[in-house]
Design a protein around this ligand. Structure first.
Ligand code: LLP
Length: 419
């Protein structure tokens, strides 16, 4: 359920007509709904009620906007970060250092040190080598870094290959079969307080089955580690829950997920940690665009819009579907391909799809763009970096400005020896 609805002929975000944002801020633009973000944060937490002691860490990569992170901090969420930049953002947004988990396969020495400087709650180690580096840095400071070992359970998440992370051929974590030996060696190091394991098998999961298979294996590993004398107090079960991109899609709900987690982890006796991203932010945002012109094509018309693949990368790189709607629909439909102005054939949002009829200057939205939308935007073709707006009831604020090419050019330099 989200708060982007048609009211009196115009799509609104909560009580704000999107046409007003287009007039005042321009397009393309991302629009987030505070009420939707808060609702999703609450529903996810409620879903896990039955699972005992839980720690929720929003996956910052899904939507790192400071205002969005502040909303989630106010909902009691910590952060799952994968870079020094995300760590600084989470802190700047008001998340407590102790609520921050640092994931990622390539944490550098500088990033590990930053995590220790800030006193973050947990490092999810992705290799023995990373554990040794962190242990050494922490021991030199007379500290023991709180950490878990991320394991790769070799489970097929059944999602797009580019967003699967839990198969043996993926770079993430250590192979589950070798995990007990690595765990034993790392647990001996002075600079580490190794307190459990972490796992994340992929994103946009449409079924609970692979998650359940994965968690079952993690349960066996926890038993084995305890038999070997380790105190396992924390298990991080990652993120991954899918959202509906098409109206007919029906991914598992947070309630179903929570019930499965409660059943599988009943005997574990640990603090369970979660790293949801998409399920919180996905349907909380849309990207609004304006039609530049409609151009006849051989197979169907092309609707050329002012947003492009640099603003919303997902269709170009994952063949992702984002539902398109006119902001002021006239009730008619057309079959068209919706494309951006970039000089690549991958700059296409919808291929010969039946959509609301639109013409030059009409506004449209791509739904479910609140996760992995603006965060993946770039300035290819020297386009501006897309702005972001947050709506709260009948008011809105620009929470990220449009960054014009002139600002980006100002950071580039032609060396004297070329002048
Ligand atoms: N934790 C870890 C360690 C992750 O790698 C990810 C996502 C998450 C949590 C959050 O997963 P979520 O709950 O959002 O599924 N750009 C892609 C998605 C990449 C996801 C990468 N990792 C897309 O647009 O679909």
């Amino acid at each position: 359920m989200d708060h982007f609805q048609l009211k009196e002929g115009v799509v609104h975000a909560e009580d704000m007509p999107l046409s007003r944002i287009a007039e005042e801020v321009g397009t393309p633009v991302y629009i987030y709904s505070r009420a939707t973000l808060e609702r999703h944060a609450r529903v996810f937490r409620e879903g896990l009620c039955a699972a005992g002691k839980v720690h929720l860490a929003f996956a910052v990569k899904a939507n790192p906007n400071l205002a969005v992170l502040r909303i989630l901090a106010n909902q009691g969420y910590g952060a799952d970060v994968v870079s020094g930049g995300e760590l600084e953002r989470a802190l700047a947004a008001g998340m407590k250092a102790s609520d921050i988990v640092f994931s990622g396969v390539g944490k550098s020495r500088a990033e590990l040190t930053l995590g220790l400087d800030k006193g973050i709650g947990q490092f999810n180690l992705e290799s023995e080598e990373e554990g040794e580096m962190l242990a050494q840095i922490a021991a030199d400071r007379g500290e023991a870094a709180p950490a878990t070992l991320r394991v790769n359970p070799d489970v097929d998440a059944g999602t797009h290959a580019k967003i699967s992370t839990g198969k043996a051929e993926n770079k993430f974590g250590v192979a589950i079969d070798g995990a007990p030996d690595i765990y034993a060696r790392l647990a001996k190091l002075d600079g580490l307080n190794l307190r459990g394991v972490a796992v994340h098998i992929g994103s946009q999961l449409q079924s609970l089955d692979p998650l359940e298979r994965c968690y079952f294996r993690i349960g066996q590993l926890v038993t084995d580690l305890r038999k070997a004398g380790h105190a396992v107090t924390h298990v991080d079960l990652g993120g991954g829950l899918g959202v509906p991109y098409k109206p007919e899609e029906n991914p598992p709900s947070p309630m179903d997920y929570g019930a499965m987690v409660a059943r599988v982890t009943k005997e574990w006796g640990v603090t369970l940690m979660f790293e949801p991203g998409r399920v919180i932010a996905g349907n909380s945002g849309v990207m609004m665009t304006q039609v530049i012109r409609v151009k006849p094509g051989v197979h169907s018309d092309f609707v050329v819009v002012d947003a492009a693949m640099n603003d919303l990368m997902r269709p170009a790189i994952y063949d992702a579907w984002h539902h398109f709607e006119a902001v002021e629909p006239n009730g008619e439909k057309m079959t068209a391909s919706i494309v951006g102005p970039i000089c690549e054939s991958s700059d296409i949002f919808a291929r010969e799809r039946e959509v609301d009829q639109v013409k030059t200057d009409d506004l449209g939205i791509f739904r479910t763009a609140g996760a992995y939308g603006a965060t993946m935007a770039n300035t290819y073709n020297s386009r501006p970096l897309v702005p972001e707006v947050l709506v709260d009831g009948d008011k809105y604020a620009v929470v990220a400005e449009r960054i014009e090419p002139a600002t980006i050019m100002a950071a580039e330099h032609v060396p004297d020896w070329l002048k």
